[in-house]
Design a protein around this ligand. Structure first.
Ligand code: 5RP
Length: 224
């Protein structure tokens, strides 16, 4: 089974978590894209969605799903999104797709976070995947020095196949930090959040996933 088939399988399973008549929070990335395609098939059952990126908003709109600004919505019943890594406690590294800040904001107002991922994303210790940190551009080097002091190897994200610095939907830059063995995700999230100039860190630990649907060759495994 290909990784895409596993992602599609969890996206199909996630439809069970969609609540009729509600506004759904929708994540970003290839797994989330499969979910959006499934959501399009049942769009008559939901009121609409809040998107975690411009790309997700465009895909939702392409399916004719009403996209709400988060400022129009006070609470979201369920947020469905992928992850770059997840551990058994539901702590995640996210932001490989650069949408970590908006993902974190939408997740923060959602009652339930359902993570959808292929089985390769489940790890014992977070950190093999470089940790994305969104920063204001002027703070790039200052934050990089502090991240290096934590023992990581920070690198500014560039556009694919170019030396040009990548700019997020929010006008920020991303620093990817390799070489961290994250044994206390809650503490590290809090520490990086306190660095001046950091917009958001891609550690989702203080508010992790409530449920994770993992795609395996034997079927979709639910981890709660
Ligand atoms: C985007 C994310 C994605 O959820 C994460 O990168 C996983 O992506 P994919 O589903 O393509 O493997 O955090 O910012």
């Amino acid at each position: 089974m290909t990784q895409d088939k596993l992602k599609q399988a969890v996206a199909i399973s996630a439809i069970e978590y969609v609540i009729d008549g509600e506004i759904i929070g929708v994540g970003t990335g290839s797994t989330a894209n499969f979910f959006i395609d499934e959501l399009g098939k049942i769009k008559h059952r939901i009121k609409g969605a809040v998107a975690s990126s411009e790309a997700t908003a465009a895909r939702l709109a392409g399916h004719g799903i009403p996209v709400f600004d988060l400022n129009e919505v006070s609470e979201i019943a369920v947020y469905i999104d992928g992850a770059d890594e997840i551990n058994a406690a539901g702590h995640m590294i996210k932001g490989g797709g650069a949408a970590l800040t908006r993902e974190k904001i939408v997740a923060s107002v959602s009652k339930q976070f359902v993570c959808i991922a292929d089985g390769s994303k489940l790890v014992e210790t977070l950190g093999k995947f470089p940790l994305p940190v969104e920063v204001l551009p002027m703070a790039r080097n200052a934050v990089m020095r502090q991240l290096a002091a934590l023992g990581g190897q920070p690198k500014v994200r560039t556009k694919a196949g170019s030396d040009e610095i990548f700019v997020t939907d929010n006008g920020g830059n991303i620093i990817d930090v390799a070489g961290l063995a994250i044994t206390d995700p809650v503490a590290l999230e809090s520490r990086i959040n306190q660095m001046v100039g950091v917009v958001a860190v891609g550690l989702f630990a203080a508010r992790g996933a409530n449920v994770c649907l993992l795609g395996t060759p034997d079927g979709v495994r639910t981890v709660k």
